[in-house]
Design a binder for this molecule. Structure first.
Ligand SMILES: [Zn+2]
Length: 614
């Protein structure tokens, strides 16, 4: 029989097709089981070929572009072997014994599998639950299913877009996002393609993350399908097989190389889990390039069950929330730049500011202390006083110079297709004052100076603030993707490292150095001493706690931003945001930061081999 190709050869053909995307090779045959019910059409002589038909196609891969981490490890689009079943037009698939053996091989109840097979009206793959992910088969399962020779049942290569967290050891990535069917958005965004028949309203469309921001580039040129050859009554022809065909264009699907480091991402997830964190975000930036190495948002989400209870597909790393005392970094920068204080100026904190109902967090006050000590101890009274010395416009401009109150994620006015692109589509700009005039009010100004009132900062901005200080005040634009390549390796587009300068200029390198000195003091003598003082890497940073207005019971946001190692060449800048924490509880963010820095240090040591004893 001409159409029958030995199993080993078709596997090789699929591998060739996948590896080289060669047009002629992107066609392969899978043997369809032929045990049960041979029919008159099964013996396909030349004269009968005219009567052959095809089943509906089963989509194995939509052809949408895929994502890898910074080292090229796939983050989406793993090819797995799955069970596919085609309608048989009432033809029996095999003996009861063989169907039971199939159920046993799949680890399912026989009636469940029989019910599934009986109900098939279009080709389907075997899934976890009704709409869950396709079940990946082991080699042993595949071999066993082949031996059963059931009619209209085959094992086919299937591209699983999102990794199963249980198998990958990593949650779904908010940075990648997800796709869904969304006909109204398809009509809105792709009316031309729909009119030309190049898209269908049922096509998946990016709803969040890079799936959303890069959607127009990811769409590809068509899917890969498995079609069964059938007789005139559309019953599968035993022994004829399933034809797998993909688009002839060797450039697709595209591949997006992100800046995510899978190990860093996993380390951050593990640390948050260890601390029992349910809600919040962690951002880890490369201290040199501001590349996003890890970005965790909790609660996690499941791309196949968007909106399920206890999940959240919003990326909390890009949502602006009250920063609390980490904003004292901006107030200090503004006061130093304006020349209204120095790190050595001496203040006295008696626990209350005496106006606007503003108190220090330390009952009874800090007593006599310098500005540097006030930053290390996070004294509200001193920072309220500094804020009152400042023109509110200067405070807002300094925030802008430090990359706050505006979108800083990588963007361009004209990408490779001539259209604007913002990689982090959901990034919120945050704010300093609710309105330009708000800062005229002393209560607003002092509250703003300690990160309360209307100040809003995203975890991404907070981590990038640390990078900015390490760069002497130069604001970098964090990237989440570096380049887009064709399937055959050629470069389609790159996203080069880019700055995100403020229209107001930048702070002086001397101011950045003073802020780094103050951040180091937070760990050596200040609020984070107990949590971070004993870490092997010298660390620097700033803690913060922000009261959430109107929450009953009272809830806080807990923050830490910082970098490490604080001596030599810093490698990582990190923000930790723990959300909706019980008011009055100890800020756990410094400990999360410390454990994460430890994990990153161990990761680097493992990379460079065991330390040499001297
Ligand atoms: Zn104080």
């Amino acid at each position: 029989m001409s159409g029958l190709v030995p199993a080993r050869i078709f596997k090789i053909m699929i591998v060739l097709a996948a590896a080289f995307g060669v047009a002629e090779a992107r066609l392969a045959w899978v043997q369809l089981g032929g045990g049960g019910g041979r029919t008159e059409g099964a013996v396909a002589g030349l004269s009968q070929q005219a009567y052959m038909q095809h089943s509906d196609p089963l989509e194995l891969d939509g052809g949408r572009g895929q994502f890898t981490d910074r080292e090229g490890l796939p983050l989406t689009g793993r090819t797995v072997r799955v069970l596919a079943a085609y309608p048989t037009g009432g033809m029996p698939r095999g003996t009861d014994g063989r169907l039971r053996a199939l159920a046993e091989t799949l680890g399912a109840r026989p009636e469940q599998v029989a019910g599934w097979l009986d109900g098939i009206r279009e080709p389907l793959v075997w899934r976890k639950g009704r709409s869950g992910p396709a079940v990946a088969l082991t080699e042993a399962q595949e071999k066993r299913i082949g031996e059963l020779e059931l009619t209209g049942v085959a094992v086919v290569p299937y591209v699983e877009r999102y990794r199963n967290p249980a198998e990958s050891g990593m949650n779904a990535l908010h940075a990648i996002g997800y796709t869904a069917q969304d006909p109204s958005r398809m009509v809105k965004l792709y009316s031309k393609e729909l009119a030309k028949g190049k898209a269908k309203t049922s096509d998946p469309i990016g709803e969040a993350g890079l799936e959303l921001s890069l959607d127009r580039l990811l769409r590809g040129v068509g899917g890969t399908f498995a079609v069964a050859t059938t007789d005139g009554a559309r019953r599968p022809l035993a022994g004829i097989g399933i034809r797998i065909s993909g688009p002839a264009n060797p450039h697709y699907p595209l591949q997006v190389r992100t800046t995510i480091d899978s190990r860093v991402q996993q380390a951050a997830e593990a640390v948050l889990k260890k601390h029992g964190i349910k809600e919040g975000a962690v951002v880890i930036l490369d201290a040199d390039s501001a590349d996003i190495l890890g970005m965790v948002s909790l609660p996690a989400f499941d791309p196949s069950k968007i909106g399920a209870a206890g999940t959240d597909s919003r990326n909390h790393a890009l949502i602006a929330v009250p920063p609390g005392s980490i904003f004292k970094t901006v107030t200090l920068a503004a006061a130093l730049e304006a020349g209204v204080t120095t790190l050595d100026e001496i203040f006295r904190c008696i626990g209350t500011y005496g106006r606007y109902g503003l108190n220090c967090w330390l009952h009874g006050g800090h007593g006599v202390l310098t500005v540097k000590e006030a930053y290390a101890e996070s004294c509200n009274v001193v920072f309220a006083a500094l804020a009152e010395r400042l023109d509110p416009a200067v405070l807002a401009e300094t925030a802008d110079k430090l990359g706050l109150g505006r979108q800083i994620g990588w963007q361009t006015a004209s990408f490779v297709d001539g259209k604007p692109l913002r990689l982090l589509a959901e990034e919120q700009p945050g704010a300093v004052f609710a309105s330009p005039d708000a800062g005229k009010d002393g209560g607003v100004r002092t509250g703003t100076g300690i990160g309360q009132r209307d100040v809003r900062v995203t975890p991404l901005q907070a981590a990038n603030l640390a990078v900015t200080l390490l760069h002497g005040g130069r604001v970098q634009s964090p990237r989440i993707a570096r380049e887009i390549r064709y399937a055959d390796g050629g470069l389609l587009a790159s996203m080069p490292e880019r700055g995100a300068p403020s229209e107001f200029g930048s702070i002086k390198p001397a101011t950045a150095a003073a802020l780094r000195e103050a951040m180091r003091a937070v760990v050596t003598e200040g609020t984070a001493g107990h949590a971070l003082g004993a870490n092997e890497w010298p660390l620097a940073g700033k803690s913060g706690t922000a009261e959430l207005a109107g929450k009953r019971p009272a809830l806080n946001e807990q923050w830490f931003i910082g970098y490490g190692p604080a001596k030599g060449r810093p490698r990582y800048a990190v923000s930790v945001l723990l959300e909706n924490r019980k008011a009055g509880a100890r800020n756990a963010a410094p400990a999360v930061f410390g454990d994460l820095m430890d994990a990153l240090r161990l990761m680097e040591q493992a990379e460079s081999g065991p330390p040499v004893r001297s």
